[in-house]
Design a protein around this ligand. Structure first.
Ligand code: IMP
Length: 203
């Protein structure tokens, strides 16, 4: 069976493929379906956006799809950028623009008040069932970027237990502890249980 990851983001797809490797299914991405363009994130919550992506791709292809949506919540910025993390510095901006905006907004914030968390919601949709899971990780926003791995806000997200930023970890190390890694580990377990139950009942 094939599953499609409802994303064009190469970094994210690499993380998702690695986190779902135990499922033993052929994992495709939107790069395999160039006719499907960007899916606008019009939902008001991470869950709405994750479901929107998975439902749209399932409807257009007839194949099971997994969507995800992530937000970075910074306490000193009243939870911003949250669900608007991709567009924090405006439409069509780079990761660097968003990172610079966060750092500029936080120049006056002291180290112990720079608490933040990533939250991810993943959604599986196959036309019969819909399954969602969530994951999060707590950390601190650094005063300057550090590290070259990963994407998005990774260079400014410091994990105290690891004593480094996400951008200083390999994909494998990030997946073990990250918001997306946790959500996908839960989804992977639920999907395995879901399919073995269906096999038993012959559905
Ligand atoms: P998306 O809508 O789930 O693609 O995520 C929204 C934005 O959050 C992205 O454009 C990235 O800037 C950021 N983001 C998502 N996941 C991560 C991550 O794992 N690390 C750092 N930034 C991320």
């Amino acid at each position: 069976m094939e599953i499609i990851l409802a994303s064009h983001n190469l970094h994210k797809m690499e993380e998702m493929k690695a986190a779902l490797k135990d499922l033993h299914f052929e994992i495709k991405t939107l790069n395999d379906f160039p006719e499907i363009g960007d899916i606008p994130e019009t939902g008001a919550t991470l869950e709405e956006n994750a479901l929107l992506k998975a439902r749209t791709v399932n409807k257009l292809t007839g194949l099971p799809a997994i969507g995800d949506d992530t937000g970075l919540e910074v306490d000193a910025l009243a939870g911003e950028p949250g669900v608007y993390s991709a567009r924090y510095a405006g439409e069509n901006v780079t990761y660097e623009d968003n990172v610079n905006k966060i750092l500029n907004e936080m120049t006056h914030i002291r180290e112990h008040e720079r608490t933040a968390r990533f939250r991810t919601v993943t959604a599986f949709v196959d036309g019969f069932d819909e399954i969602t899971t969530a994951g999060k990780i707590e950390g601190l926003i650094t005063k300057e970027p550090k590290g070259t791995s990963g994407f998005g806000y990774d260079p400014v997200f410091y994990i105290p237990e690891m004593k480094c930023t996400f951008a200083e970890l390999s994909t494998e190390e990030k997946n073990k502890i990250s918001h997306r890694g946790h959500a996908l580990q839960k989804l992977s377990k639920l999907l395995s249980a879901h399919w073995s139950a269906n096999e038993t009942t012959g559905v």
